[in-house]
Design a protein around this ligand. Sequence first.
Ligand code: GUN
Length: 277
Amino acid sequence: MGILLDGKSLAQQERQRVMEKIKSCKTQPKLAVILVGTDPASHTYVHLKQLACQEVGIGFELFAYPTFVSEQELMDRIQRLNARPDITGILVQLPLPGQNPNPLITAIDPKKDVDGFHPENLERLRQGKPTLAPAVALGILKLIEATHLDLPKKHAVIIGSHLFGEPLAHLLSTYGIESFVISASDSDLSQKTITADILISAVGHPGLITKEMVKAGAVVIDVGTTKVEQKIVGDVMPDVLEVAGWMTPVPGGVGPMTVALLLINVLAAYQQQKISE
Ligand code: GUN
């Protein structure tokens, strides 16, 4: 049997560290979140981010808009937030119910882009320069580090979108891990997953990964979250733990780590802004 990677307790340790550092900040870092529409999952995630900010002493301001708000109104809000020195981090909760997220993300001041989705920050990541990187990818790295495996030359397979997979693949390469990003509809899915020392699934398709698809002793990171009969389930079948070396549970794996790494990004963005003032 493999070992469950406890994201909840790892996230708690990370939050504790952020809390200590926030205490020594001269002013309070503050996160602004733009939330559009009524999607229950988005509302839940934003609420979790708010609670986490409050716990560690980061300020939080929510800007909630109705489903049919215009892109221009959101753009105006982002520009006002960019201009406010007390706001040190900005994120637009995704997915949006119809608006195009790209011009909005691009409008965020890259120094305040705590999601690490701004094209300038993604480019800096590609070039190996220090930058704000996506919290989910950073959280996954911390979970992989927690295995204490020797990582160079390991082979990772990432199932998911390009937007999710590309920054993660770059971060993994800094550890000497070679990764391939593939789609869930890949015709050779199981032939590819079985070769992975590290298998990361971010699809949102319950039961996608079965134990026949997993190499013995692999690290399996489940990023999927789908609501099934009032319960949140991942992409990976629970019995994969019989063959995997390590596996993240859903809930309690990647989710809490993503929130904790967002807090680390808010602190990093704040520190960067204070240095360049
Ligand atoms: N929706 C799902 N994950 C994320 C995330 O990391 N950031 C934002 N802004 N929205 C999301």
